[in-house]
Design a protein around this ligand. Sequence first.
Ligand code: PSU
Ligand code: MN
Length: 314
Amino acid sequence: MPTSTPLPASLADLLVYSAEVQAARAAGKPIVALESTIITHGMPFPQNVETARQVEADIRAAGAVPATIAVLDGRIRIGLDAADLDRLGQEKNVMKCSRADLAIAVATGRPGSTTVAATMMAAEAAGISVFATGGIGGVHKGAETSFDISADLDELSRTPVCVVCAGAKALLDIPKTLEVLETRGVPVVAYGTDEVPAFWSRESGLPAPYRMDSAEDIARLIKARQLFGGHGGVLIANPVPADSEISRGEMGQYIDAAIAEAARRDVRGKAVTPFVLGHIFELTKGRSLVTNIALVRNNARLAAAIAVALAAAK
Ligand code: PSU
Ligand code: MN
């Protein structure tokens, strides 16, 4: 898009809906937002595009409508069609957009994928209250010297969207991540388990602040949270299915090796997570990706059930 194209006057005018999402809005159907950084920076091609399609199909099968979010041609896209998804999945140099980067992508017209933080911002603007992802960003190991804390945590504290994830990746400092979430006033609920799940593993060794066992209970929590003025989200931590998990003990060695390699190569800032994920993929000979796909699909199904329950409760 030429940078001479005028910007719209409001955030609502920056949003461009896919035909499917537009129809769902008109019909009042439940909608589930999906992020796109997992497509551009979280998985290799072609598994990224295949997974994105599969996750969308899972949401439809559960009675909701998927809205994958990205920035294309200077507009925030709410729902991508097949051609857009292909383009995003293969294009090089896509910006990884968190809160700080969204306006840059819009101003310059560069293609951008959205992180949990940026997807929450777009979902709120589009009136979508439930969002499925893989893992959230959090407090990185060594944050006491690097100050590397994901903007996802701040966004959860201020934007009223329910985020369904499989916990924080064990490459983060999970106890510190939970402390920051508590400080910022974010309810953290484990689904069907008493422990905080750790992305590839069902266990982290840390007790979950809260536990819920049904989508209806979570929908009721979202509505209760809204009574407090609509500030801040809810974080649901859904453990990876048992038949797809890589145990905590096994994962630990790969994570330590990948973090050490990142330090050796002086990888910093927003490049850290994609680098570590890529290295773990190599160390596990692709097994981490199989687990990642299974947990994202599992989260999509739960998010759809929550969106359906929320619509029924209205
Ligand atoms: N989890 C994954 N793959 C990813 C991410 C999380 O399995 O690519 C992305 C999410 O979009 C998350 C982001 O919001 O990483 C966090 O990045 P940062 O730590 O730079 O805020
Ligand atoms: Mn970071």
